[in-house]
Design a protein. Structure first.
Length: 173
């Protein structure tokens, strides 16, 4: 060590402030309201203030009368959430329709079970009121056939250009 020079300590590390806006707030003593201003949309404001409109019940589907083959004056469920049209295998057998087209499709039901359809029939004629529509059906083994033997989904509703008023529960074909 040289004479006359003393060893000095290194400067103390001063980390940078991680949030400069907060530092400015603290040093300038400005009000927080002046710095932060957030505007919420109408929907967000309604959520925050618990002023949401009353929830309507979910109609999901409409019952319509139909006729096909030997089935006369039956009812079908039109379901806004389905992307296929379903027909129980027993109904398919009663109608004596053409052979099924094989499919590798699997269907997952609401209870998380997986079903393998028997096949698909294409362009089955379905009469609704005075109109006849060609409809493709997925044929599925359904044990409990209730009053509604067919489930008609979005493909049918699109093919017949259905106008649906979900709030009033009306459908025009």
């Amino acid at each position: 060590m040289e004479q006359g020079k003393e060893k000095s300590a290194p400067p103390v590390y001063q980390p940078k402030h991680p949030y400069p806006a907060k530092k400015e707030l603290l040093t300038n003593k400005r009000k927080l309201e002046d710095v932060l201003s957030v505007t919420f949309s109408e929907e967000c404001s309604a959520l925050i203030t618990n002023s949401l409109p009353k929830k309507e019940k979910d109609p999901r589907g409409f019952i319509i009368p139909f006729m096909t083959g030997g089935l006369i004056d039956k009812k079908a469920l039109t379901d806004l959430g389905k992307s296929i049209n379903l027909m129980p295998y027993k109904i398919f057998q009663k109608l004596g329709l053409e052979e099924l087209k094989p499919t590798l499709m699997t269907l997952q039901l609401a209870d998380s079970s997986i079903k393998q359809p028997h096949g698909i029939i294409e362009d089955a004629l379905l009469k609704v009121d005075k109109f006849i529509f060609p409809v493709d059906f997925v044929i599925l083994d359904i044990n409990n056939i209730v009053e509604v033997p067919l489930i008609l989904g979005k493909p049918f509703l699109a093919a017949c250009k259905a106008l649906i008023d979900v709030k009033d529960g009306r459908m025009a074909l």
